[in-house]
Design a protein around this ligand. Sequence first.
Ligand SMILES: Cc1ncc(COP(=O)(O)O)c(C=O)c1O
Length: 300
Amino acid sequence: MPPEVSTHQSAEDLRNNDILIWVDGHLRPKAEATVSVYDSGFMLGDGIWEGLRLYDGRWAFLDDHLDRLFEAAKAIDLDIGLDRAGVIAALEDTRRANDMTTDAHARLMITRGVKVRPFQHPSLSQSGPTMVIIMEHSKPSIPRPINLATVPHQRGLPMTQDPKLNSHSKLNCILACIAAQKAGADEALMLDVHGFVNTTNACNFFIVRKGAVWTSTGDYCMNGITRQKVIDVCRADGIPVFERNYSLVDTYGADEAFLTGTFGAQTPVGTIDGRVIGSGQLGPVTTRIRGLYKALVAAA
Ligand SMILES: Cc1ncc(COP(=O)(O)O)c(C=O)c1O
């Protein structure tokens, strides 16, 4: 197996040593951008987050990201203390402070805030939420198609920890990723509770069979914004696209497979469980979808 790569690998950029990070309304140098050890996010993973990308001066699909952020905040019963305009202003302050105009990635995190005692109960967070925006110069540079391994960790049912919640804690996904790495792969392919192929630990997953694009039904996986945009561009451009149940047999036999996410847009998959997918390289349908997605970002 070639050395591991990550689906969130970017070109080394020394400017990232000197970025300013937004912490509760203050822009702090990286070394001083800290939160309390009593913070609910650090202590318990009690918070939510969004990953956004800046292309040519604009945050791609900003409304969709804000919709998902506020929906998640409501789900965990957290008043984030800002309205949509306030969140946009914080993003823009951070962007301007770092003089970023394109090819930047923002991780916006909001936790239930500092606790008065080191225990789980949400009422112990009494001083309001903690909000942090890490914005880095970022050009995805994934050197080859990604290798996946199927893992025993599932995407669960919504009544445990709903996979649609962009929760601060990603432990289920991290355990899946570790299992994949132990199997010599880069990222984990996760099944749903019925054994159908669902998603990866950090991205959504698509296959291409005989010119048609398949992805999971959307149950059990993150309602990825890139996932939806890929479905939209396929529909608009006449590429047959199906949200359906499918198995590993369908997947190993696919002509192409790719991942989607805000960071990497569409990332080709080379192998799954040691089976080469199609040619093992970026395929023609994935290439076409990449072009359509790029045009959508530019037009948005
Ligand atoms: C588990 C998981 N799947 C998929 C995605 C991709 O979602 P998006 O396309 O909105 O970046 C993410 C990113 O937040 C994720 O955490």
